[in-house]
Design a protein around this ligand. Structure first.
Ligand code: HEC
Ligand code: HEC
Length: 476
């Protein structure tokens, strides 16, 4: 059995998790002697984490905000950028590679916002005149360094031949969703879609991904790879290509763009800023920072499998081999996020962005059980975003929390009404496919007559906790 790295989340396989009252502050709260004990307890906690009895650990956590069970995180090695990655960085910031001449990768993936959108637009504008709109907001490019290729089920990624996703999807029929309960081992062995890049997982590697935006008519909008190659050959950094790949590289446009995309991929992989792990929560995990009362309460709610259950999908615990949590299980879910009426594409009432089953991704179009499913994004640096979900419908975390809390218990507050006055639940998924929407996992397991899973205070505290996932925290 794997050891629990820390105990704030109830261990799923222990009956102790059924007794949440154990972790209420009542033990010492209100007791004057407690404050006196704090200093000593913390010292003990940090010096002998493994020896501390459970109740004492909780008390330390409650009173000091310190992690009573600090862990050693296995962080990515830090090294200066290789020459290829340096070239990739220049490409990443090169606006001349776009048809408009004004747009680089960084225009939509801003370093100051964890390589997510630089502004609060629902979706970014692109194209030759920078007036074309796509229908998905840019995800953060941070914390993708451990993203596995797209697969369905446990073995697809290892197969020697290219996997046949339709055959796998057929084999997995009936198990399109894994049950998600915070604190349990992630369901990596389940036959469910997992991994990949983009909201629909359609690209497997940084390298294969990078040519996409350069050619996408609503993004950098080059007509073809030859145009990109020509721009690269005339870029200020063209000499670097010559040095790294030899002078013949410019004779072969296909090779040139492939090496350029490889370089961008190396930059995204090597640059420490893409996986900094300098959030307050990372320092807390390592015993180097203390959470406030609200942040700690938020963390517990986040991990509470019966209520908010955020950690059921946005994994919050280090892996058993010490890798820091990425706040995603990299699986796909249909949450039934409301339609965004501001998107141009949505003016057509027959248009639906259904993620895994299209329209951008085509190979799973027949697998209707996956319609409406999108990749679970990381929540690291989520507080720096100003646009949320695959259609950019929400613009702050309070709106996101209201969605999770009220979708089932008070759908009237989430979805519009039709002409007849009926609430149009799940209105961004055609009716025939709405059975794909997740109603099994907390907080989505409530019924209209139930009380919402979270109080206003709970929501505030969870938002406070999400704030501890922003990089750049300076521990004292
Ligand atoms: C006009 C805005 C725009 C530009 C310019 C742009 N992107 Fe993106 N990027 C997006 C959007 C939107 C998505 C999500 C699209 C989807 O899921 O279908 C995305 C997704 C990605 C992803 C997948 C991220 C994830 O979490 O799965 C990567 C990697 C990426 N872009 C890298 C780049 C690179 C490299 C460049 C420059 C060559 C670039 N982007 C230029 C808007 C942009
Ligand atoms: C059943 C799995 C699941 C659970 C439980 C869950 N999420 Fe999510 N979360 C997702 C998926 C999938 C998306 C993307 C959905 C989409 O865009 O259609 C998402 C998106 C988000 C986003 C938007 C991120 C972005 O970059 O756009 C936030 C914020 C978020 N979740 C927070 C939470 C919080 C807080 C909780 C607990 C109250 C929670 N989630 C519970 C799966 C889950």
């Amino acid at each position: 059995m794997s050891t629990q790295p820390y105990r704030t989340s109830p261990p799923a396989d222990s009956t102790a998790s059924k007794a949440p009252s154990r972790r209420r502050p009542r033990l010492l709260a209100g007791c004057a002697a407690a404050l006196f004990a704090v200093a000593g307890l913390t010292g003990y906690a940090l010096a002998y984490p493994e020896r501390m009895p459970a109740a004492l650990g909780d008390a330390v956590e409650n009173l000091t905000g310190a992690n009573p069970h600090p862990v050693q995180l296995v962080l990515p090695p830090q090294a200066p950028l290789s020459a290829v990655a340096k070239l990739g960085k220049q490409i990443f910031y090169d606006e001349s590679l776009s048809a408009s001449g004004k747009q680089s990768c960084a225009s939509c993936h801003s370093a100051s916002r964890a390589y997510g959108p630089p502004n609060d637009l629902d979706v970014q504008l692109g194209g030759p005149q920078l007036d074309r709109q796509s229908y998905r907001p840019p995800p953060s490019l941070a914390y993708l360094y451990r993203q596995a290729p797209f697969s369905i089920g446990p073995d697809a990624a290892d197969a020697a031949a290219p996997p046949d996703f339709n055959a796998l999807a057929q084999a997995a029929m009936g198990t399109q969703r894994a049950d998600k309960v915070a604190g349990t081992t992630p369901a990596t062995v389940a036959m469910v879609p997992v991994g990949g890049l983009f909201w629909d997982g359609r690209a497997d590697s940084y390298q294969r991904q990078a040519l996409g935006p350069l050619l996408n008519p609503t993004e950098m909008a080059n007509p073809d790879a030859a145009t990109v190659a020509n721009k690269l050959a005339h870029a200020s950094y063209a000499d670097a290509f010559r040095k790294l790949f030899g002078p013949r590289i410019f004779d072969n446009p296909t090779m040139l763009t492939a090496e350029a995309m490889f370089a961008v991929g190396r930059y995204e992989f090597e640059e420490p800023d893409f996986h900094a792990f300098t959030s307050k929560y990372d320092y807390w995990l390592q015993g180097k920072a203390r959470l406030t009362h609200a942040e700690l309460r938020g963390l517990r709610l986040f991990n509470d499998s019966k209520k908010a259950n955020c950690a059921g999908c946005h994994l919050s615990q280090p892996t058993s081999d010490g890798l820091p949590p990425l706040f995603t299980d990299t699986q796909y879910e249909a949450l039934g996020v409301p339609r965004n009426p501001r998107l141009e594409a949505n003016r057509d009432p027959k248009f639906f962005d259904l993620g895994l089953c299209g329209p951008i991704r085509q190979d799973l179009a027949q697998q209707k059980q996956y319609c409406g499913m999108f990749l679970t994004p990381t929540l690291r640096n989520s507080a720096t975003r100003h646009v949320y979900f695959h259609n950019g419908v929400y613009h702050d975390l309070k709106q996101v929390m209201d969605f999770y809390n009220l979708r089932n218990t008070d759908p009237d507050k989430i979805y519009p009404r039709d002409a007849a006055g009926k609430v149009q639940v799940y209105n961004d998924i055609p009716q025939a496919l709405q059975a794909n929407v997740d109603y099994a996992d907390a907080p989505f397991d409530r019924k209209p007559t139930d009380r919402p899973a979270m109080s206003d205070q709970d929501i505030q505290d969870i938002i406070a906790f999400i704030g501890t996932l922003t990089d750049g925290y300076k521990p004292h």
